[in-house]
Design a protein around this ligand. Structure first.
Ligand code: PMP
Length: 425
C-alpha cells in the first residue's frame, strides 16, 4: 500500500464515526456546544478522496448517474426562466416553497398513490434538510428514533447531531420485520422512554437494497398506529423501481401518522438540492417556522428551475431512461457477483434503486479489509457506517449507480480477489 493511501485511509479512520470531532490541535475545543460531539464525518465522506481516484473502481458512492440528462433542454429551461421570470427567481421567496412547484410535487406523489394538497408540502434543500427539519421540531436530546438495521448514513448523522438515541430494528428480504418493530417499541416504552418516530426507507433501501412487502406495509402502519408512533417515510428512490408500476407509499394509506419525504435528486438532478416534506397540517406549520429559521426560504432559483423542467420536459420519460440504465447496472453487478464471488458470501437482488448489501464469509471484517481493497483499486462502504451501534462489520454496501457495466464487473473481480486473499490468510 502506498504511503499516500495509508495516510488517506488513516485520516478517514481518525475522523470516522464514534469519535468526537475534536483534536488536540483545535484551539476552539472548549467553546463548542456539546452537540458537536455527535457531528462526525461519515465513513462515506472520509472515503471520498480515496475512492474518487480514477484508477479505483468505486462501488462506494451513491451519486446518481445524470449523464443521460439532456443538458441542452435543462440549459434552455434555465435560460427561459431568467428571461421571463428572472427577477422572481433571484429574489427571496416563501419559506414554505414555490406554490407552483408544490402543486407539481403533488402530481409526482400521485404516482405513488398519495392524494395531497400543496398547502401541506414544504420544499426543502434536498430531502437531507427535510430529515434535519423533522428531527429539529420533534426531538430533544435522549429521545428515541427507531431505524432499520442498517439505515441511511445521512439520517443517522442528523439523529446523532440532535443527540437522539437510535434503536435499530431488524430487516430481512421483505424489509423491516414487524415482530422486531413491535418488540423494539415495547422495550423502549417499558423503559419509560419516548419514541419520537420510526424512520424508514420502504423502497429500494439505502443501504440494504430491500423493499418492504405489501403485507408488511399494512402491518407496520397498524403497529405504529396502535403504539402512537409517528412514521417518517423517506422515499427518494420510489420511482426508480425496475419492474412495473411504482409501489403505493405508506403515506397513501395513512395521512395523520406519516410524514413523507421526497426528492428530485435521483429522478432529476441532485445539484438543484430540491426535496420536500409532506406533513399533517399542524406539523407543516412548525416545519415552515423551522425552515424560516434555518434558511429564510429554500432557494427560489433552484425551485423555479425544477418547476420549469417539469413543465417543459418529458420528465416521466427521463425517469424511465434512468430506470433502464440502473436496471442494466444492477444486472451487471448481480451477474458479476454470481459468476465471481466465493459461495460463502451472500447478497440480495434489489428491485430498484442503487444498492446491493453484501455479507462477507464468516470471520471477515469489511472495515479492516478496506485498505487492502483500495490497494487492489476497488472501494465500497463498510457496513458499520450504517449502524449507530458498531454492528455491520461483516457487511458492505455496493453501489451500482455510477460506474459502467464493465467497470462494475471489473470492480467485483477486484473485490473477489481481495476476499479470496483474506480467506487464505
Ligand atoms: N434519504 C436517503 C435514503 C438517501 O439515500 C439520500 C441521498 N443519498 C437522501 C435522503 C438525501 O438526498 P437529497 O438530500 O439529495 O434529496
Amino acid at each position: 500500500m502506498s504511503e499516500q493511501t495509508r495516510r488517506e485511509i488513516g485520516r478517514a479512520e481518525s475522523t470516522g464515526r464514534g469519535e468526537p470531532g475534536r483534536t488536540r490541535l483545535d484551539s476552539y475545543v472548549d467553546r463548542y456546544a456539546a452537540r458537536t460531539n455527535g457531528m462526525t464525518a461519515s465513513e462515506i465522506r472520509a472515503l471520498f478522496s480515496v475512492a474518487s481516484r480514477p484508477e479505483v473502481v468505486s462501488l462506494a458512492g451513491g451519486m446518481p448517474n445524470i449523464s443521460g440528462l439532456p443538458l441542452d433542454v435543462v440549459g434552455q429551461a434555465i435560460h427561459d426562466l431568467v428571461q421571463t421570470n428572472g427577477a422572481t427567481a433571484m429574489q427571496y421567496g416563501s419559506g414554505q416553497g414555490d406554490p407552483t412547484l408544490r402543486e407539481q410535487i403533488c402530481d409526482v406523489m400521485r404516482l405513488e398513490g398519495i392524494e395531497a394538497h400543496p398547502d401541506d408540502v414544504v420544499v426543502t434543500v434536498g430531502s437531507q434538510q427535510a430529515v434535519d427539519l423533522v428531527t429539529r421540531i420533534f426531538c430533544d436530546p435522549g429521545d428515541v428514533v427507531i431505524c432499520e438495521a442498517p439505515s441511511y448514513v445521512g439520517a443517522l448523522g442528523v439523529f446523532r447531531a440532535y443527540e437522539c438515541d437510535v434503536v435499530h430494528c431488524e430487516m430481512d428480504s421483505e424489509g423491516l420485520v414487524p415482530s422486531a418493530l413491535r418488540d423494539a417499541i415495547a422495550t423502549v416504552q417499558a423503559q419509560g422512554r419516548r419514541i419520537k418516530f420510526l424512520y424508514t426507507i420502504p423502497n429500494y433501501h439505502n443501504p440494504a437494497g430491500v423493499t418492504l412487502s405489501a403485507e408488511r406495509r399494512t402491518e407496520i402502519l397498524e403497529i405504529c398506529r396502535e403504539a402512537d408512533v409517528l412514521v417518517l417515510e423517506d422515499n427518494p428512490y420510489g420511482l426508480l423501481g425496475f419492474d412495473g408500476d411504482p409501489i403505493p407509499a405508506l403515506r397513501a394509506d395513512e395521512a395523520d401518522g406519516v410524514i413523507y419525504l421526497g426528492s428530485f435528486s435521483k429522478t432529476f438532478a441532485p445539484g438543484f438540492r430540491v426535496g420536500w416534506v409532506l406533513a399533517p397540517h399542524a406539523v407543516r406549520e412548525k416545519l415552515v417556522l423551522a425552515q424560516e429559521s434555518a434558511t429564510l426560504c429554500p432557494p427560489a432559483f433552484s425551485q423555479m428551475a425544477v418547476s420549469s423542467y417539469l413543465t417543459h420536459h418529458d420528465w416521466l420519460g427521463q425517469i424511465k431512461q434512468f430506470r433502464e440504465m440502473y436496471r442494466e447496472r444492477r444486472d451487471a453487478m448481480i451477474g458479476a457477483l454470481d459468476d465471481l464471488m466465493p459461495a460463502a458470501a451472500r447478497w440480495n437482488v434489489p428491485a430498484g434503486g442503487f444498492y446491493v448489501w453484501l455479507t462477507l464469509p464468516d470471520g471477515l471484517d469489511a472495515k479492516a479489509m478496506l485498505p487492502r481493497a483500495v490497494t487492489a483499486r476497488v472501494a465500497y462502504v463498510p457496513g458499520t457506517a450504517f449502524f449507530a451501534d458498531g454492528f455491520g462489520a461483516q457487511s458492505m454496501r455496493l453501489s451500482f449507480c455510477y460506474p459502467t457495466a464493465e467497470r462494475i464487473r471489473e470492480g467485483v473481480r477486484r473485490l473477489t480477489g481481495v476476499i479470496e486473499e483474506e480467506l487464505e490468510l
